[in-house]
Design a protein around this ligand. Structure first.
Ligand SMILES: Cc1cc2nc3c(=O)[nH]c(=O)nc-3n(C[C@H](O)[C@H](O)[C@H](O)COP(=O)(O)O)c2cc1C
Length: 325
């Protein structure tokens, strides 16, 4: 193997190590990659789409959008530009993107910070400090979404937050009463942390004290945890797209990851509150809450968090193969 080939292989490995660090619902990691000389193809893995909670693959496409942004950012931090073609083949909707490797580009300190943040970002389900998120960070989060063509609405008015909290309680109740939902959740949380996918017990937070405003997703095993109060004035935001097509969902996945990484670089943690966007009726109500135009894709909670362990991933070798010509 020549030095050029070794460099290219290392570059692709770095990009894929970053890709697999993207968030995904129940840590399903619904992606596969094909490697060519000057390209990385991203495919949806239909066997890893959650059939109960995500029958249309919307959340899986958000996750793959996040993985695509990670590839772009990792290449950029290694001094390589890239060009992304989303949904390049109409006849094959599971072929989500081709990332074309382009020429050299200068690396900025911001590129390095974003690439580092990919490794440190976590879904942090623990209580956050009782301190409001700084205004400049709120603005950066909103800007990050718009840079990728999505919109992030911060629910800063108490009345909006209360309505969101009501939708969250209602959706969580419906999911907790749905045996198929519970069975799917159990399948992705079984294994006690001895697997490279699914949500491990160490990723959970303490039990919420009664009367908590926001209802976090209740993972099996949480009943045995100690009870703690959560932050009294949480920052909640809804990430939306302008249409609900697969293309818009991929773009919003890129926006989701840019928002999360922007938070990480500013020292702000996030966790998801997806229940209301996973049920048709509550998703429609959320849309009304936002003014009736936007398509809500993800609900996020931000704050100053304390350290939380990384959730495992399948290795790049397990999710990629050379591209067949
Ligand atoms: C579209 C989407 C929806 C998610 N919904 C929830 C949720 O409702 N509650 C939650 O605690 N985590 C949720 N997650 C976070 C995943 O469980 C998490 O990304 C995964 O376990 C990997 O962990 P990490 O984000 O710490 O790397 C969601 C992630 C994605 C991408």
């Amino acid at each position: 193997m020549t030095a050029t080939h070794t460099r290219a292989a290392n570059l692709v490995l770095t990009a894929l190590e970053s890709a697999v660090r993207a968030p995904s619902p129940h840590n399903t990691q619904p992606w596969r990659f094909e490697i060519g000389d000057d390209r990385i193809d991203v495919h949806l893995d239909p066997a890893r789409v959650l059939t109960v909670v995500d029958p249309d693959g919307r959340e899986a496409r958000l996750s793959c959008g996040a993985a695509i942004l990670n590839i772009q950012l990792a290449l950029r931090a290694s001094g390589r530009a890239s060009a992304v073609h989303l949904l390049p083949d109409r006849a094959r909707p599971a072929h989500l993107a081709t990332v074309w490797l382009q020429g050299q580009c200068p690396v900025t300190p911001e590129d390095r910070a974003f690439a580092r943040a990919i490794t440190f970002r976590r879904s942090n389900r623990r209580p956050f400090a009782d301190r409001p998120v700084a205004r400049w960070i709120r603005h950066s989060l909103v800007r990050a979404a718009s840079l990728e063509g999505a919109s992030l609405a911060l629910l800063e008015r108490p009345a909006e937050l209360d309505r969101l909290a009501g939708l969250l309680r209602h959706a969580e109740h419906l999911q907790s009463e749905d045996p198929a939902f519970q069975e799917e959740l159990r399948r992705w949380t079984a294994g006690g942390g001895h697997r490279d996918d699914g949500v491990s017990p160490s990723a959970g937070g303490p039990r919420q004290a009664p009367g908590a405003l926001l209802t976090l997703r209740s993972y099996p095993g949480a009943e045995d945890r100690p009870e703690r109060p959560y932050e009294s004035e949480p920052l909640v935001a809804v990430l939306s797209s302008f249409t609900d097509t697969p293309l818009a969902q991929l773009r919003t996945g890129q926006a989701l990851q840019r928002v999360l990484l922007t938070g990480t670089t500013a020292g702000v943690s996030a966790s998801f509150l997806s229940q209301p966007v996973e049920i048709g009726a509550t998703r429609r109500e959320l849309r009304e809450l936002l003014g009736g135009q936007a398509c809500p894709q993800a609900v996020l909670r931000f704050g100053y968090g304390f350290a939380t362990p990384a959730t495992p991933r399948r290795r790049p070798e397990a999710v990629s193969r050379p591209r067949s010509q």
